[in-house]
Ligand binder design. Structure first.
Ligand SMILES: C[S@@+](CC[C@H](N)C(=O)[O-])C[C@H]1O[C@@H](n2cnc3c(N)ncnc32)[C@H](O)[C@@H]1O
Length: 466
C-alpha cells in the first residue's frame, strides 16, 4: 500500500530540529569546554545541527553529515555550498543501520564530536506503520523468555543507534551529544555503565519537547564524554539547557541497579533488600473487547456491545488502573473473565464447569487466537498471562502503572470475590484486610515514598504525532 507523507515522517522520526534549539545546544557544549577536530551528525536531516556545530567549532577540520533521506541531504548540501568554509563538509546519503561505524570513525581526527537528533520512534511503531526503518537484529538488549516476547523487547530506534555509536566511541577521545527522550538517555547510560565503557562524565539537560517538537514527552540533550578513564557512574540532570544552576537530581548505578535519584537513595538505602511479598502485575489478556465486561442487571455487556449470560465461575470484578487509588469508588461495574488460575493451565475443563462461558469463548475464538503477541502461541486456547495465586488474594495494595504519582490504593473483595486488575496495574497481594492496611500505611510514609522516588523514572507517554 502506498505510504502517506505523514506515515513516512513518523517512520523516519523526521522532525527537524529548530535552528535556535540546535544553536543553543551547541553553545552549551562550547560553554562546557567541548573541543572538536571532527564533527559527525549521523542522522543530519537538512543539517540544522550540523551547521550549528560547524559555526560553533570553526576550526573543526571535518564536518560530516549522514542521512537516509536524499531530499534532506540535497537540501543540506545546497546550504553548505553557499558557505565559504564548504571544503570541510562532507555529506552522504546512507542508512545508519547499514553503516560500519568503526570504519566511518576510524579515520576521523580526535576529539570527535558526535552531535544531533536521531529519530524518536519505537520499533513497534515503525512495524505498525508497515515500515522497515529498523535494525535487522531487534532483540539487542538480549531479553530472554517472556520479556523477549512481550513489550520489553520494544525499543526506541535511537536507543539502538546510540548504543552502536557508544560501542564505536568507547576508548576514543569523543563527545556524544544528542537530543533524545529521557528514557533513551537512561537506557543508553545504563548500557555504557554496564559495559564499563570509558565514560569520563555524563549530563542530561532538559528541553521543552512540547514547545520545540509538539510532543508530550520528557526529553533532554544527553552529553556523554568518552576519554581515557572511566569516571563515576553518575549523570547530573539539569532541568534546562544550562549548567548554571544546581543539578535537579543525579542518576546513577548503585549495587547494579539504575537509581533515579542518588540523594533519595542515600537517605533510604537501609530499606533496599529482600521482601517477603513481591510486586505483581495485573492480568494480561490483550483482548478487552471479549474478556472485559460491564454488568447490566443480571447480564454483562462486552466490548463488542453484545449482552451475554455467563456463569459466575470464571468472572471476577475488576478495576481499571485509573480506579485503583479511588478508595471511595465502589461503583465500578467492570468484570473480567479469568479462564486460568495459573499460567499455562489447561482451559479444556471450562466446558464442564461453565458451558455458557465455554460457548462464549468459542464464539470469539478468532479474536482470541489472533492476539498479536506471540506469548499466546503454543499455549492453551483463551490463555491469559500475569495470573497466579496472587491474582486471587482477597486484598491487594495497588498502584496504577500509567500515572505520574505514588498513590497506592487498598482494594478488598467485591461481591465476595477478589478484585483483579489488568496489566497496567501493579500490586502487593495481602491475605487479609489488616495486612492490606498495614502495607498501605507503610507505603504512605515519607520514608518509603522517598525510597521509591530513588528508583522510579517517571515517564510521559507519547501522546501525539512525533
Ligand atoms: C529527528 S530528525 C532530526 C534531523 C536532524 N538531525 C536535525 O537535528 O534537524 C531525524 C532524522 O533521522 C533521519 N533518519 C531516520 N532514519 C534513518 C536511518 N536509518 N539512517 C539515517 N538517517 C535516518 C531522518 O531522515 C531525519 O532527518
Amino acid at each position: 500500500m502506498p505510504r502517506t507523507k505523514s506515515q513516512a515522517i513518523a517512520e523516519f522520526g523526521d522532525f527537524q530540529t529548530p535552528p535556535l534549539l540546535a544553536t543553543r545546544c551547541c553553545a552549551l557544549l562550547k560553554e562546557m569546554g567541548v573541543d572538536a577536530a571532527t564533527i559527525l551528525e549521523p542522522t543530519c536531516g537538512r543539517g540544522g545541527f550540523l551547521l550549528a556545530a560547524a559555526d560553533q567549532w570553526p576550526t573543526a577540520a571535518v564536518v560530516k553529515g549522514i542521512d537516509i533521506n536524499p531530499a534532506h541531504v540535497a537540501k543540506a548540501a545546497d546550504t553548505v555550498r553557499s558557505r565559504s568554509d564548504n571544503a570541510r563538509f562532507s555529506l552522504d546519503c546512507a542508512d545508519f543501520f547499514e553503516l560500519d561505524l568503526s570504519a566511518v570513525l576510524s579515520d576521523l581526527a580526535e576529539p570527535i564530536l558526535v552531535v544531533g537528533n536521531p529519530p524518536w520512534v519505537t520499533n513497534a511503531h515503525v512495524s505498525a506503520l508497515g515500515g522497515s526503518n529498523l535494525p535487522t537484529k531487534t532483540n539487542f538488549q538480549r531479553h530472554k523468555g517472556l520479556d523477549a516476547l512481550t513489550g520489553k523487547s520494544n525499543f526506541d530506534i535511537s536507543e539502538w543507534m546510540l548504543s552502536k555509536l557508544a560501542d564505536a566511541l568507547n576508548g576514543r577521545d569523543a563527545m556524544l551529544a544528542m537530543l533524545v527522550k529521557n528514557v533513551v538517555a537512561r537506557k543508553l547510560l545504563h548500557y555504557c555503565w554496564k559495559r564499563d565503557y570509558s565514560l569520563t562524565r555524563a549530563n542530561l539537560f532538559g528541553i521543552d519537547a512540547a514547545a520545540h517538537f509538539d510532543v508530550a514527552v520528557d526529553a533532554s540533550l544527553v552529553v556523554m564524554n568518552f576519554g581515557p578513564v572511566i569516571g563515576p557512574r553518575v549523570a547530573h540532570c539539569y532541568d534546562q539547557l544550562s549548567e548554571s544552576r544546581q543539578p535537579c537530581r543525579t542518576i546513577g548505578v548503585m549495587a547494579k541497579s539504575m537509581v533515579a535519584d542518588l540523594q533519595a537513595y542515600r537517605q533510604t538505602k537501609q530499606l533496599d533488600g529482600g521482601s517477603a511479598i513481591k510486586w505483581r502485575s495485573g492480568i494480561k489478556h490483550d483482548c478487552s473487547r471479549v474478556m472485559e465486561l460491564r454488568q447490566e442487571g443480571n447480564q454483562f455487556r462486552n466490548g463488542l456491545g453484545d449482552l451475554v449470560d455467563l456463569e459466575p465461575d470464571y468472572l471476577f470484578p475488576m478495576l481499571k488502573s485509573s480506579e485503583v487509588s479511588k478508595v471511595a469508588d465502589r461503583t465500578s461495574t467492570r468484570w473480567m473473565i479469568v479462564p486460568q488460575q495459573r499460567i499455562g493451565q489447561s482451559t479444556a475443563e471450562i466446558v464442564h464447569h461453565a458451558p455458557q462461558t465455554w460457548n462464549y469463548l468459542q464464539h470469539h475464538r478468532d479474536l482470541l487466537s489472533n492476539r498479536a503477541s506471540s506469548i499466546y502461541t503454543d499455549k492453551p486456547e483463551f490463555s491469559v498471562f500475569g495470573v497466579g495465586e496472587y491474582s486471587f488474594a482477597p486484598w491487594k495494595v495497588a498502584i496504577a502503572g500509567m500515572y505520574k504519582s505514588l498513590r497506592f490504593g487498598k482494594v478488598g473483595p467485591r461481591h465476595q470475590k477478589p478484585v483483579v486488575f489488568d496489566d497496567t496495574t501493579n500490586f502487593l497481594a495481602c491475605p487479609s484486610q489488616e495486612a492490606a492496611e498495614l502495607v498501605h500505611s507503610m507505603l504512605a510514609t515519607s520514608r518509603v515514598q522517598t525510597f521509591f522516588a530513588a528508583f522510579v523514572f517517571w515517564l510521559h507517554f507519547l501522546r501525539n504525532r512525533r
